[in-house]
Design a protein around this ligand. Sequence first.
Ligand code: ZN
Ligand code: ZN
Length: 128
Amino acid sequence: MSAERNTRQRRTIRDVVERAGRPLTTDEIFVSAQTSIPSLGKATVYRSIRALLDEGWLAAVDVPGRSALYERAGKEHHHHFQCSHCKRVYELDGCASEIRGELPAGFVSTGHDVTIYGACAGCSRLTR
Ligand SMILES: [Zn+2]
Ligand SMILES: [Zn+2]
């Protein structure tokens, strides 16, 4: 594969991630990127995602029970919302939850991971 093609594929995938503004699955990245490069193969998308992760441009988002989702790396601390209907994951700004809990004596907290579940605007309209 030529370096030029490689560059174009990575740029397309970066565009897809930035335009989405929410974490995407490999399949979502694949489908969106194909509208720009119809000949794009899934193996190439996997490879490009791995390369962008290695470069530190992309970050994996961990949502329980889901395969990996990806978003732009280096964002401020934030949380995610998963729509129970369409399964899309959205980014929430900032930290709404001041979760402290009661840590047992001698425990030290280093962070937290919160996913909010519910219906997104599109889906809550449909189910009303
Ligand atoms: Zn939804
Ligand atoms: Zn937080």
